[in-house]
Write a protein that binds this ligand. Structure first.
Ligand code: NAD
Length: 349
């Protein structure tokens, strides 16, 4: 299996393959870039169909973390870990201690956190043997409310830019995915007088949103064509694709899901249709911003984290204004701004 010739390889600083025979741990840790600080990014546990699939995933995700952390103005670089195998069969305390030892071998170039199929409990087990973990119980805790706050502020910035409107009252939103982030977001939008159209694969979540926020429920595939002002993806990636874009009536796409564009060219298609796209890694950075404050020399402070999450509003306005000026899609401008920050080693430098 080649590494350097992978399409997703982007001059990553380090790619480490590690295993532990006793526990069955097999992991790949990718450090993409540390210009702005030590690499930080979650660990994903997935039953990949091949080692190559895991490699592609970790290369892509670690680069994404470099861009997300830089744009959010955090002194973090970008990295990610993937663990290969069936989480239900492999998870144990010894397994995560073994993972923690692998993190120790990285000597602080990479700090790990939760991601798909990894809980704070798992990270706490790794923490028994390593300090190179973040997002800990009793410290920054659950990132979802902070991700929801950042997404809410990003939506407000998008509404201001597109409709020149300060508040959300009377606007209609379609929320796809009522999970940890989506449900908090519904609460905020409802409090602001917005009308909600929702969907989820989980009926009890739909029932909650209908009861608590007066939402209208629609089928999984009906969410795209809903007659709304803002489409809010909060479930899966790649929901902005050739099939769904032509159904959209919304004039804004702004939600917390990662990797919303199926392909980068879909950002151009949205622009051509006059639909404003809030770049996913810009609007959904609230959770990693909250984690960043675990490392504050005076100890974690949710007030400081909340204030920093507030900067997402202006970050999006800056992206939109520059995109208008340079006549480029917003996702391209987000990448350009992130690259400028990475090149100078931090937003404040
Ligand atoms: P979650 O797993 O708690 O929620 C996802 C929700 O989507 C669930 O309610 C699930 O039932 C629903 N869902 C799954 N498939 C669906 C489908 N086909 N149609 C409609 N709904 C469907 O996840 P989360 O933590 O709320 O994260 C949501 C998204 O935001 C993910 O893409 C995640 O990667 C991204 N994100 C989350 C955070 C965070 O702090 N949790 C931070 C950054 C990005």
């Amino acid at each position: 299996m080649s590494v350097f010739s992978q399409v997703e390889f982007d001059d990553h600083e380090q790619v480490v393959f590690c295993s532990d025979k006793a526990t069955g741990l097999k992991a790949i840790i990718a450090v993409h870039n540390t210009n702005c600080g030590p690499a930080v990014g979650g660990c994903r546990f997935w039953n990949y169909t091949s080692d190559e699939e895991a490699l592609v995933d970790v290369l892509r995700l670690s680069k994404g973390m470099t861009y997300k952390n830089a744009l959010a103005g955090l002194n973090f670089g970008g990295g990610k870990a993937v663990i290969i195998g069936d989480p239900k069969k492999l998870k144990s305390e010894a397994f995560f201690r073994a993972f923690g030892e692998k993190l120790n071998n990285m000597n602080g170039t990479y700090y790990s956190a939760e991601d798909v199929n990894i809980t704070t409990g798992d990270i706490m087990q790794a923490h028994q043997v390593t300090d190179y973990v973040v997002g800990l119980e009793g410290k920054s805790g659950n990132p979802a409310p902070f991700t929801a706050l950042g997404t809410y502020l990003g939506i407000k910035a998008s509404v201001k830019h597109k409709f020149d409107k300060e508040d959300l009252s009377g606007l209609k939103f379609s929320i796809q995915g009522l999970g940890s982030v989506g449900m908090y977001l519904c609460q905020r939008l409802h409090q602001d007088g917005a009308e909600l159209v929702v969907t989820d694969i989980n009926q009890s979540s739909i029932d909650t949103a209908v009861k608590e926020f007066g939402a209208t429920a629609v089928g999984l595939d009906e969410i795209y064509a809903a007659d709304v002002d803002v489409y809010v993806p909060c479930a899966l990636g790649a929901t902005v694709n050739d099939d769904t874009i032509r159904q959209l009536k919304a004039k804004i796409v702004a939600g917390c899901a990662n990797n919303q564009l199926a392909e980068p060219r879909h950002g151009q298609v949205l622009k051509d249709l006059g639909i404003l796209y809030a770049p996913d890694y810009a609007i959904n950075a609230g959770g990693i911003i909250n984690i960043f404050f675990e490392q504050d020399e005076n100890g974690y402070s949710s007030d400081k984290a909340t204030a920093k999450v507030g900067e997402i509003y202006q970050t999006l306005i800056d992206i939109y204004q520059r995109a208008d000026k340079e006549d480029k899609p917003t996702h391209e401008i987000a990448d350009i701004i992130a690259q400028e920050i990475i090149a100078k080693g931090g937003k404040d430098k």
